[in-house]
Design a protein around this ligand. Structure first.
Ligand SMILES: Nc1ncnc2c1ncn2[C@@H]1O[C@H](COP(=O)(O)OP(=O)(O)OP(=O)(O)O)[C@@H](O)[C@H]1O
Ligand SMILES: [Mg+2]
Length: 141
């Protein structure tokens, strides 16, 4: 059965304290899929994950095409934004299977097209926003 955890975030300032426990949840799968509407806070949460892993990279880089790479003391974090992706073939072209099997963190915004390419355990985070409160639903898949 899937494990589920619900977290309510009232203010962005709570995120630094939440990032680490969220990352550690559920046996720490390093593939994370973020499902949320536009502007819900996906990128913001990913940056907090990177910081809590000890990355000191500059996260303010302008928009990247599909994948952005950050360093942290134990390896790499790959941050994917699939919003503009047209089809699964584009994922194959960038070598998605190698990223997924690399053992590094792979964190996805707009992950609809990648979900059925993943055959190992991953963490799914859904964010709902209502009156500036964020409701995070975290599932172990
Ligand atoms: N937990 C939060 N509470 C309040 N504001 C937040 C929270 N998380 C993010 N924000 C704010 O919401 C705005 C959008 O955040 P962000 O860019 O992370 O969203 P996104 O889901 O990545 O958007 P997109 O769909 O465009 O990729 C930013 O101004 C950010 O500061
Ligand atoms: Mg974003």
């Amino acid at each position: 059965m899937n494990s589920v955890l619900n977290i309510t975030v009232h203010h962005q300032s709570e995120l630094p304290g939440l990032a680490e426990p969220i990352l550690r949840l559920f046996n720490n799968p390093r593939i994370i899929l973020l499902y949320a509407p536009m502007g819900a806070g996906k990128t913001t949460l990913i940056k907090e994950f990177c910081r809590s892993l000890g990355s000191i990279d500059d996260f303010s880089s302008p928009t990247f095409s599909i994948v952005n790479e950050y360093q942290y003391p134990n390896g790499k974090i790959f941050h994917f934004d699939l919003y503009r992706l047209k089809n699964e073939e584009e994922l194959m072209d960038i070598g998605i299977e190698e990223y997924l099997s690399s053992g590094n963190y792979c964190i996805f915004e707009w992950p609809e097209m990648v979900e059925n390419m993943i055959y190992i355990s991953y963490k799914k985070i859904e964010i709902e926003v209502d009156k500036n409160i964020r409701y995070l639903r975290i599932t172990n898949k």
